[in-house]
Design a protein around this ligand. Structure first.
Ligand code: ZN
Length: 297
């Protein structure tokens, strides 16, 4: 996507709060604006990018089954797997890669740990607690591990726990590091940035950023499977999640939108209703990938 709009700078963090406020009051207006920004990025019809973060051994265990079901729907998933987890599940991920799945660099170190008290995996290793050198070292480690395990060099990146590292200066730093490492794109930003800059845009460093999508009824809030089936305190019910997808289908039929949704394999593997809803989504949103969009004219 050589013609992705170039933006002079990332908006200030104050803009983020403005978008969140508008998102509560005028969700439909924001979706309309998102569609206008999609058109500006030469998105002429509704398209879907679906990616999966595989942060735990539970994800590795079920990812092949999830991949099979997504393939049946005509989707080519993109996987974000931390280097240590990629190496631990090398045989599984090598099979997926040979089958044509795409992989992002998702950092080198694992960023979850098992909490024996609760019996759950909890998040760890946040970039906003690291020095610039430590962040760079983790990105380089992630890159090296993808190359060693899969034999290909990743050109796209997703920050571990990107919601905690998506301020203006943080994204600027991330893009500078990715530019130094010759990366092409990142999907490491929250929906509010998409509402402001569009669902795909090129930053001054040349890195193309794909903010993840928000909810149709509150476009600045992330639409992901964690909020439904992963969090100990879900903010969305399963039915509400399905209703979101159905609402997007209705919107996507009337205006071009780029949906960039992500989830975790272990959240959806036993959810038949999720795959049924996704089938409806791909009947409206043409399945694509980050790389395919980048390659498109
Ligand atoms: Zn992750």
């Amino acid at each position: 996507m050589s013609d992705a709009p170039v933006l002079g700078k990332f908006p200030s963090d104050l803009v983020r709060y403005g978008e969140a406020l508008k998102s509560r009051i005028f969700p439909r207006l924001q979706i309309t604006r998102l569609s206008q920004l999609s058109r500006r990025a030469k998105i002429k019809h509704s398209q879907l990018i679906f990616s999966l973060d595989c942060d735990t051994p539970d994800d590795t265990e079920c990812v092949s089954e999830v991949d099979r079901r997504l393939r049946d729907l005509g989707l080519t998933p993109t996987y974000a797997v931390p280097g240590e987890d990629l190496a631990a599940g090398a045989a599984t991920y090598q099979r997926l890669s040979s089958g044509g799945a795409h992989f992002l660099n998702h950092g080198g170190r694992s960023h979850t740990m098992f909490d024996r008290r609760t019996g759950r995996f909890v998040s760890s290793y946040f970039y906003d607690t690291l020095s610039v050198d430590e962040i760079k070292a983790d990105i380089v480690l992630g890159h090296r591990t993808v190359r060693e395990v899969l034999g290909t060099s990743p050109t796209g990146f997703r920050t571990p726990h990107f919601g905690t590292f998506s301020g203006r200066q943080q994204l600027k730093l991330l893009h500078e590091i990715l530019c130094e490492l010759d990366y092409q794109f990142s999907s490491s930003s929250l929906p509010w940035l998409g509402l402001r800059n569009g669902p795909v845009f090129r930053s001054p460093t040349g890195i193309v950023e794909f903010p993840v999508s928000g909810r149709s009824g509150r476009p600045s809030t992330v639409l992901d499977t964690w909020s439904v089936w992963g969090s100990p305190f879900p903010s969305l019910s399963g039915d509400a999640f399905m209703a979101e997808l159905e609402h997007y289908c209705q919107l996507g039929e009337t205006m071009p939108l780029l949906l960039n949704i992500y989830g975790d394999p272990s959240h959806v593997v036993h959810r038949d209703e999720f795959f049924i809803a996704l089938k409806r989504v791909v009947s409206v949103f043409h399945p694509t990938t980050f790389s395919a969009l980048l390659a498109s004219k």
